[in-house]
Design a protein around this ligand. Sequence first.
Ligand SMILES: [Zn+2]
Length: 112
Amino acid sequence: MIEASCHCGAVRMEIEAAPAELLDCRCSICRRLGALWSYYAPRQVRITSPEGATFIYKWQDEVLEFHTCRTCGCTTHWAPVDKSHDRMGVNARMMAPEIVAAAKLRVSPGPG
Ligand SMILES: [Zn+2]
């Protein structure tokens, strides 16, 4: 089990395992966020944050919701709008640097 949190600590995540691989996605939003994504099934990630600690950003076809801490501005994770989808993304920048360093980095050009 590993832990991740935003800078101020309002959003904390307990994650089943460290990521083996991270995705540096270059799509229009991820390149702006500077996020490194690790992917999990939602059941593998326990998020403890007060109700309303994050704001949600959705765009275009609104498949994903990006969660950002209202206090410190860190984008912590994304979740599928359709909760039957068994995949979510955790921004590995919220994890300890040694966890990020140990993972294999993959670069995706993204859809634009
Ligand atoms: Zn925060």
